[in-house]
Design a binder for this molecule. Structure first.
Ligand code: X2X
Length: 335
C-alpha cells in the first residue's frame, strides 16, 4: 500500500521538525571525492578531515571518502563539474584537476613560478590565495582550505634528464589542463593527456616513456616498478590541494556546522602540508635505495629549463589573468 510509507515518512519529517531544532540533532553523511587513497598524503588529508569532523560533531556529521576518482569513473578532470552539479558533496582536490573549469588555477602550473615551499605559501596564504578562492566560489563550489600534493618531478624509462635536449621526443603522460601540453611541447617532448587511472597501465606497456608527479606519488604508487628508472628533481611546479563543498550542501548547513567543517578542513590541510613536507627527504632516500637514478640539476641546468619554457607564460598569463600572475610573482619575490 503506497499510503502507509507516505504517512510514515510524513510523521518522521514532522516528528523531527517538532521535537528539536534540526541543527542540533540531524545526522548527515556527505561524500568526499579524492583522486588518491589514504596510502598517499592526499587521501590522508581527506581522512583527517573526516576524523576531525566526526569528533567535533560527536558523530553527527560523517564524511565518507571515495578515493581513486571513483565518483567520476576515474575521470578526475570532471570532478569539479560533478561537485558543482551536486553529484559529489565535497572533495579534496588538486588544482590541476579543477583547472579546466577554473582557469585561475593554472597559476600553479606555470613552469618554475614557485621555486620553493615558501613560494607556495606566499600564494596560498596571502591575498592571491583569497582571489583564487573567490574565483572557485564564483564558478560554483565553496572552497574551504588548502592542502598540498607537492612539487612534481619528472621521471622516464629511457635515460637521465639533465637538459631540455634530453626531453626531446619523449612520450610523457600529463594530466588536466592543456597548459601541460604546452609546457612539454615547448620542451620538444611528445605529451599525452590521460587520467591517473590510465597512466600506470600505459607506463607498464611502454605506451608512454615518462610522467610527472610528486615524490610521494612516485614512491607509494611504486612508479619505479613500471620501468621509470630515471627521476629528475626539477621542481617545475607544485599542485596544492583544495578542500571544497558543493554550494547547495554548504547553504543547507547551519552556521555552526559550516564553521566546524571549515575549521576541520583548515586543520586537516595544515596537518597534511606539514606531514608531506616532513616526509620528503625520507621518501627520496627510499626511492634511491630502489635503484632509481635521481638527477639533481645544477643552477645552470635548472635555468636552461626555465628559459626553454618561458613562452608558456606568454600564452597562459592572459588566460589566468595578468593581474593575478603579477600579484603572485610579487608575493613570491617578497617571501
Ligand atoms: O593524476 C595525477 O598525476 C595526480 C594524481 O597527481 C593528480 O590527480 C593531479
Amino acid at each position: 500500500m503506497p499510503i502507509k510509507p507516505l504517512a510514515f515518512a510524513l510523521t518522521a519529517v514532522l516528528g523531527m521538525s517538532f521535537t528539536a531544532p534540526a541543527f542540533a540533532q540531524e545526522t548527515r553523511e556527505f561524500s568526499v571525492s579524492t583522486v588518491l587513497s589514504d596510502a598517499f598524503p592526499w587521501g590522508q588529508a581527506a581522512e583527517k578531515w573526516a576524523e576531525l569532523v566526526s569528533e567535533r560533531s560527536d558523530g553527527r556529521l560523517t564524511l565518507k571518502v571515495y578515493p581513486n576518482a571513483q565518483l567520476v569513473s576515474g575521470d578526475q578532470t570532471r570532478e569539479f563539474s560533478a561537485m558543482r552539479s551536486g553529484l559529489i558533496d565535497m572533495a579534496v582536490a588538486s588544482t590541476i584537476n579543477w583547472s579546466p573549469q577554473v582557469p585561475e588555477l593554472n597559476l600553479f602550473s606555470l613552469p618554475f613560478l614557485m621555486p620553493d615551499e615558501a613560494a607556495i605559501d606566499a600564494i596560498t596564504q596571502g591575498d592571491t590565495g583569497k582571489k583564487i578562492f573567490a574565483a572557485i566560489d564564483k564558478k560554483g563550489v565553496m572552497p574551504l582550505a588548502w592542502g598540498e600534493n607537492g612539487f612534481r618531478e619528472l621521471s622516464n624509462s629511457k635515460h637521465p634528464i639533465n637538459s631540455p635536449a634530453d626531453v626531446q621526443g619523449l612520450k610523457v603522460r600529463v594530466v588536466g589542463s592543456p597548459l601541460f601540453l604546452d609546457t612539454f611541447s615547448t620542451l620538444g617532448a611528445n605529451p599525452t593527456q590521460m587520467s591517473w587511472a590510465d597512466a600506470k597501465p600505459a607506463l607498464t606497456t611502454g605506451a608512454i616513456d615518462g610522467q610527472e608527479n610528486p615524490l610521494s606519488v612516485f614512491d607509494v604508487a611504486r612508479v619505479d616498478q613500471v620501468g621509470q628508472s630515471y627521476l629528475t628533481l626539477w621542481h617545475y611546479m607544485a599542485d596544492p590541494l583544495i578542500f571544497g563543498v558543493n554550494k547547495k550542501v554548504w547553504k543547507s548547513l547551519p552556521a555552526a556546522d559550516r564553521d566546524l567543517l571549515q575549521q576541520a578542513a583548515i586543520d586537516a590541510g595544515a596537518w597534511e602540508i606539514e606531514k608531506s613536507r616532513n616526509e620528503l627527504s625520507e621518501t627520496l632516500v627510499a626511492i634511491k635505495e630502489r635503484g632509481v637514478e635521481v638527477t639533481e640539476l645544477t643552477p645552470e641546468q635548472h635555468q636552461a629549463f626555465v628559459d626553454a619554457t618561458a613562452e608558456v607564460y606568454t600564452k597562459w598569463t592572459p588566460r589566468i589573468g595578468a593581474e593575478l600572475v603579477a600579484e603572485a610573482q610579487a608575493a613570491i619575490a617578497a617571501r
